[in-house]
Design a protein around this ligand. Structure first.
Ligand code: GAR
Length: 227
């Protein structure tokens, strides 16, 4: 089995908690992906030490060294990715926008996790914006990467309630816990060849749809009309 596991490069820019979740999943030999490389665009990304401590190869391609030369930056990253023979890219808190050329070369083989229920709140500060908008449900998305920022066929989403008293940090923590659940699952589906795209939508073989609904706030108590 080990020889046939899809080799994955995980791209990070910072903390790397999603990377850690992918590494933990891939520690199971039955998981269909092997993390062949953790690559950061910043030498100070905390996730690098976590990966190295687990024996996972790491590399740094400093985006700062390529200011104004995105193609050069990406060519240097792709050289590392090729050196480790990775066939799938998992963006895990990788905070650089990729060129259309890079995205096209990795079409169908590059995924991202984003801290909102896309297409709501693409971009930055998603938790602050969810709170400001007053949404009752927030969450996270794993999607295939296409040319638009935080766009592309959706593989998985998880929703969480926004609770009274939440601030961005408490909401982020609730969402992050779900990122760590759905990202390893979605990478596993892609690595196992269970994902196809039809009419811009992702279809995943052999997954069960969720049952029931997450309703927030609960429609109970005095405000509920009697029947
Ligand atoms: C995660 O919440 C991830 O969804 C987000 O950055 C955080 C990285 O945390 N990514 C984006 O906003 C991409 N648009 P991590 O380094 O602990 O995984």
């Amino acid at each position: 089995m080990t020889g046939r596991r899809a080799r994955v490069a995980v791209l990070i820019s910072g903390r790397g908690s999603n990377m850690a979740a992918l590494l933990a999943a891939a520690a199971d030999p039955a998981y269909p992906a092997k993390i062949a490389l953790v690559l950061s665009n910043r030498a100070d990304a905390a996730g690098l030490a976590h990966a190295a401590a687990r024996g996972v190869p790491t590399a740094v391609v400093e985006s700062r060294a390529f200011r104004g030369d995105r193609a050069g930056f990406e060519a240097a990253m792709e050289a590392e990715i090729a050196r480790h023979d990775a066939r799938i890219i998992a963006l895990a808190g990788f905070m650089r926008v990729l060129t259309e050329g890079f995205v096209a070369r990795w079409e169908g083989r590059m995924i991202n996790v984003h801290p909102s229920l896309l297409p709501a709140f693409p971009g930055l500060d998603t938790h602050e914006r969810a709170l400001a908008a007053g949404v009752r449900l927030h969450g996270c998305t794993v999607h295939l990467v296409t040319a638009g920022v935080d766009e592309g066929p959706i593989l998985a989403q998880a929703a969480v309630p926004v609770l009274p008293g939440d601030d961005a940090a408490s909401l982020a923590a609730r969402v992050l816990e779900q990122e760590h659940r759905i990202y390893p699952a979605a990478l596993g589906w892609l690595a196992a060849g269970r994902v196809r795209v039809e009419d811009g939508r992702a279809l995943v073989d052999g997954v069960a749809p969720a049952a029931g609904a997450l309703v927030n706030p609960l429609p109970s108590g005095a405000a509920v009309p009697k029947r």
